[in-house]
Design a protein around this ligand. Structure first.
Ligand SMILES: Nc1nc2c(ncn2[C@@H]2O[C@H](COP(=O)(O)OP(=O)(O)OP(=O)(O)O)[C@@H](O)[C@H]2O)c(=O)[nH]1
Length: 339
């Protein structure tokens, strides 16, 4: 008889004293550590307390049976897996099926043959080791992916700059504009009623829609210094260096026109049959007190204003203009007295 390669902690749950004594003697002999329980409840308690490597479990016990205990053990180790081998007097197909269904991994018929017992323990140990390697590998993979994502500057869905890169770029442009005393514009825009889009067309179509919007935003960045990025979810940002209020408004008009002409169908928008955007614009010649956070906050407040006043429009606090001028000069654009 070969001993198991490494000593295991094995929990035996069996109300029959004779079975426990025989199994314990055999397992002790080859160096395993044995925990014994004479009832389902005590077995469950020892399982929770000591987290054994393997459980040998009687099927028939007074009170709760082995199937119940196995289900409780599985529930007590979410994400974990302790091999459970059932012990039974009978070897009916139904018994085996019930055992596996309730979370068991194998079946041994009593009286247990020592040779088969050790063989099964080794098999279970091998499985447990493989599973452990797999769990470790997938954790390492998850950590590596998170790190890659962190290091990356590209949004995986749209290919635009991601938020991290946008923040860095905005800081650079802010510093430059401050040094050169030039205006800087930040636009935050958001697809209108995008939840309804997802709900009606599904997430895959929603993703495709975001990719299309991203492409259009990229195309509107004609000047080399302009850049578009995905700020998060269905929100995009545009950084327009050396762009004064009037230029920002012209840009927003062109963007709205591009979106309108592209006529990307929206399956369930109260605004119209096609995708629309709302945007918040902020423009300033930065001084010492201007910060990236401040700019984003201001553009976000302007975006909120555009949303709450009907959507499908761009708004800028700096360009507050009366409604008349807005209507005559810029169609649906809100704000925009030329400086
Ligand atoms: N398909 C898809 N959906 C996304 C993604 N990121 C965010 N969303 C969805 O965008 C929706 C945004 O919903 P809300 O914030 O309620 O905004 P909204 O429905 O566009 O409404 P308004 O902005 O007020 O016009 C949510 O349903 C998000 O699940 C993405 O990467 N892909």
């Amino acid at each position: 008889m070969h001993a198991a390669p490494t000593p295991l902690t094995i929990l035996i749950v069996d109300d029959q004293n004779a079975t426990r004594v025989a199994l314990t003697a055999e397992l002790d002999r080859v160096g395993h550590r044995v925990l014994e329980a004479d009832s389902a409840e005590w077995g469950l308690e020892l399982f929770r307390r000591y987290r054994p490597d393997v459980v040998l479990m009687d099927v028939e016990m007074p009170g709760h049976d082995g199937y119940w205990t196995a289900r409780e053990m599985r529930a007590a180790e979410p994400g974990g897996w302790t091999p459970i081998i059932f012990l039974s007097q009978f070897k009916q197909d139904l018994d085996i099926w019930k055992g596996i269904e309730s979370g068991g991994d194998d079946y041994l018929v009593k009286p247990v043959s020592p040779m088969i017992l050790h063989a099964k323990l080794r098999a279970m140990q091998r499985l447990a080791q493989m599973r452990h390697r797999l769990v470790t590998m997938s954790e390492e993979l998850r950590a590596a992916n998170a790190q890659l994502e962190e290091l990356s500057s590209v949004d995986a869905l749209t290919g635009l700059m991601n938020r991290r890169a946008l923040d860095a770029r905005l800081q650079q442009e802010l510093d430059l504009a401050r040094r050169e005393n030039k205006p800087l514009t930040l636009v935050l825009c958001d697809v209108d009623h995008f939840k309804r889009y997802n709900d009606a067309a599904g997430h895959v179509a929603g993703d495709a829609c975001l990719r299309r919007v991203a492409q259009l935003l990229k195309e509107t960045c004609r000047r080399p210094a302009d850049c578009a990025g995905r700020y998060g979810g269905e929100e995009f940002a545009l950084i327009l260096p050396n762009t004064p209020r009037s230029g920002a408004m012209t840009y927003a008009r062109a963007l709205m026109r591009t979106i309108e002409l592209s006529a990307i169908p929206h399956p369930d928008s109260p605004t119209g049959p096609s995708i629309t955007l709302s945007g918040g614009i902020t423009t300033c010649v930065p001084d010492e007190s201007t910060s990236v956070e401040g700019l984003i906050m201001r553009a976000d407040e302007a975006l909120y204003n555009a949303k709450s006043t009907g959507r499908n429009r761009f708004f800028s606090f700096e360009m507050q203009m009366d409604t008349q001028e807005q209507k005559s000069a810029f169609g649906t654009l809100d704000g925009g007295r030329r400086p």
